[in-house]
Design a protein around this ligand. Sequence first.
Ligand code: ADP
Ligand code: MG
Length: 234
Amino acid sequence: MNKTDKIIFQAKKEGRTILLEPEAKAVCIDYGIPVTKFNVAKNEKEAADFATKIGFPVVLKIISPEIIHKTEAGGVKVNLKTPEEVKAAYNTILINTKKYNAKANIVGILVQEMAPQSTEVIIGSVKDATFGQTVMFGLGGIFVEMLKDVTFRVAPLTRQDALSMVTEIKAYSLLKGYRNSPAVDIDAIVDALMRVSKLVMDHPEIKELDLNPIMVYETGAKAVDTRIILEPSF
Ligand code: ADP
Ligand code: MG
């Protein structure tokens, strides 16, 4: 069993269809998809220590199988610059999420490297009843939510498929650079699309995958939120 198989096996054993964010991140790393550095804290001191080790600023996030949309639950605090801010955020997140869902099991708090602000893109995957695994690409924020500027392909993708996905969205001109903002690393996006395609083809038990957002830079890219949902019966 490789690392990803083990993580999926463990989730199933615990009767979960959602991978916790650190598990989903470990799966991404296993497939060479770049993610932000992270560690799981069980108390405020640990959170502050991990933050110091990772380097400030950091982001703290709730880890709970019952909380899928973390921001909605008050479960995300970004741009924490000192150990004191980390400790305070740790406790605020616990209070917020308990208020949001008193029954939620709290596994811990994810301490992660804060990725510098940049162009946010989304890579997703859903398993279609007819076509099987599919891969989605779009620009983050209003481009996906309001303008529905997204594109889909049936997996597995060829490199040419992945490249055409990136170039065919309406917002491609933003990725190519405009006015003072430089072009982003298109190769890094193509690479991530190929790796997601391989991951979902290797693992038909993955029902949905959501890398939302991935920060893309002039060089490189980093997924800051990784969500993987498994088939209930597999
Ligand atoms: P959710 O989608 O479950 O609400 P996210 O993990 O996507 O939670 O966090 C919400 C937002 O916070 C993201 O869309 C992103 O803009 C920002 N964010 C989250 N983690 C990081 C990070 N490590 N570095 C920079 N920004 C982040
Ligand atoms: Mg998100």
